[in-house]
Write a protein that binds this ligand. Structure first.
Ligand code: HEM
Length: 130
């Protein structure tokens, strides 16, 4: 296994563990928010490693050529990963508004959380399938 793959797999595993912990503490703002932001940081770091560092040092093939790549799992992975990044954006936005006192945002935050869990899990599993 290439070094960059090991680093990105480790970061993704850390992110998953932080998400599980963040969900366990979903009703405790002091723990929930830092845990979810740490998971986001791990995922952004993983994305940079696999998409930017890999291109610079040319060690591995990044997830690209999506439309034409014969490896369908790569496309499925990229779709899940993109969807989960979009969910992070929604969660950070609605989470900040809940913190500011807009409790009416909580049902949407919980709904997007379900979509996030499915997409993030999908991205994690498909990481190992191509
Ligand atoms: C992908 C990341 C996230 C997921 C999956 C997620 C998920 C959840 C879930 C499921 C709850 C429901 C708790 C309940 O049952 O009442 C919750 C609550 C909450 N989340 Fe998040 N969240 C995420 C990120 C964030 C972020 C980044 C913030 C803040 C910037 C945030 C702020 C909050 C707040 C303030 C609550 C309410 C806590 C309370 O009950 O007082 N969340 N979150």
């Amino acid at each position: 296994m290439e070094t960059l793959s090991i680093i990105s797999t480790t970061l993704a595993t850390f992110a998953m563990l932080l998400i599980v912990a963040g969900l366990i503490f979903a009703r405790n703002k002091k723990k929930h928010i830092p845990l979810m932001m740490a998971a986001f940081a791990c995922d952004i770091a993983g994305l940079i490693v696999i998409e930017v560092v890999a291109r610079i040092i040319g060690e591995t093939s990044p997830v690209d050529s999506l439309a034409t790549d014969p490896d369908v799992m790569k496309s499925v992975h990229a779709a899940f990963a993109t969807a989960s990044l979009i969910c992070y954006g929604f969660q950070i936005n609605s989470g900040r508004k809940i913190v500011a006192g807009e409790r009416t945002r909580l049902p949407t935050h919980k709904l997007v959380a379900k979509i996030f869990i499915l997409t993030r899990l999908g991205a994690y599993v498909t990481m190992f399938l191509f």
